[in-house]
Design a protein around this ligand. Structure first.
Ligand code: GRG
Length: 289
């Protein structure tokens, strides 16, 4: 994981504009938002899925960078005063606190565009149609029927009681869509999936995405700000429905174990037991930060 985190860090460093290019302050803020922080779970999933299907890791570097750029943009916008209004992210002041609101807005916009630039101006597939499908996969995952739509539901849900299926719908979109796309895009870097059943791989991505958010809800309620590098207990103070407010900590933990078992059962059906995807699943479901 450390090797791959280092790999994506170098790839991100390579695609982000340097501060020597104008507008220097915007580029500085983009680099502040992306570099030197975060668990890089989405890139790790892309690398693991790519490895399973024999993809060229140099292609996966770019795909992993593009999903992380979308993720970083979403965090910058999510932290703005008009959304979650948070002051701490990845253990440091959020972008609008360190710079200002307008810069943070433009950082998000620019990272979003950069993600698609990376995905389209490099050869990531031997077949152009395949590469168009890759861009479409990321666009769908990030848009109103994916992450942005999930965020809209999240914002509308403040102060409301959601049922478990409603909560699941929100999380599958807000957090799950990009995680699922990370697995898909890593696998799409190979010209042929070989013996790998891509539908199974996608089922894993779906379960891992939901599990990631479920564990996030538990950690928000149970872990400290210092451990998380972001404000703990924010969901409760913002009056947001989460798995913990709907089910309680114990039932949420139990559900996480069930989802982990489901993820492992899917992986068992893949060659090499899903390879490194199993390690990442263990990390996602057992993480403490
Ligand atoms: C603004 C369009 C738009 C979307 C925002 C993802 C998201 C949607 C908001 C983030 C809010 C949040 C805390 C969601 C919980 C799950 C989550 C995505 C946590 C942050 O992801 P990590 O834990 O962060 O992978 P690091 O810093 O490790 O990259």
């Amino acid at each position: 994981m450390l090797e791959r985190q280092g790999r994506v860090e170098a790839a991100l460093e390579g695609v982000l504009p340097g501060v020597e290019h104008a507008p220097s302050q915007l580029h500085s803020a983009m680099r502040y938002a992306v570099l030197g922080g975060g668990k890089r779970v989405r890139p790790l999933l892309a690398y693991a899925a790519g490895e399973l299907v024999g993809a060229d890791p140099r292609r996966v570097d770019l795909v992993a960078s593009s999903v992380e750029l979308i993720h970083a943009y979403s965090l910058v916008h999510d932290d703005l005063p008009c959304m979650d209004d948070d002051r701490l992210r990845r253990g440091k002041p959020t972008v609008h606190v360190e710079y200002d609101d307008a810069t943070a807005l433009l950082v998000g916009d620019s990272l979003h565009s950069l993600a698609f630039q990376v995905l389209t101006e490099n050869a990531l597939a031997s077949d152009a149609t395949r590469q168009l499908q890759m861009a479409a996969t990321l666009a769908r995952a990030a848009g109103s029927r994916g992450m942005a739509g999930g965020q809209a539901i999240d914002l509308q849900s403040v102060g409301k009681r959601l049922s478990v299926p409603e909560l699941e719908f929100m999380h599958v979109h807000k957090t799950g869509a990009l995680i699922r796309a990370s697995v898909q895009l890593g696998a799409m870097c190979a010209d042929s999936a070989g013996a790998v059943d891509l539908e199974l791989l996608d089922r894993f991505g779906k379960v891992a995405g939901l599990g990631f958010q479920l564990v996030d809800d538990v950690l928000d309620a149970a872990a400290s700000t210092a451990t998380l590098g972001k404000t703990a207990g924010k969901d409760a103070s913002d009056n947001k429905p989460t798995y913990v407010t709907v089910l309680g900590v114990e039932r949420s933990r139990k559900l996480a174990i069930e989802l982990y078992d489901e993820a492992l059962a899917v992986l068992e059906q893949l060659p090499h037991g899903g390879g490194r995807l199993g390690d990442i699943a263990r990390f996602i479901f057992h993480r403490e930060f």
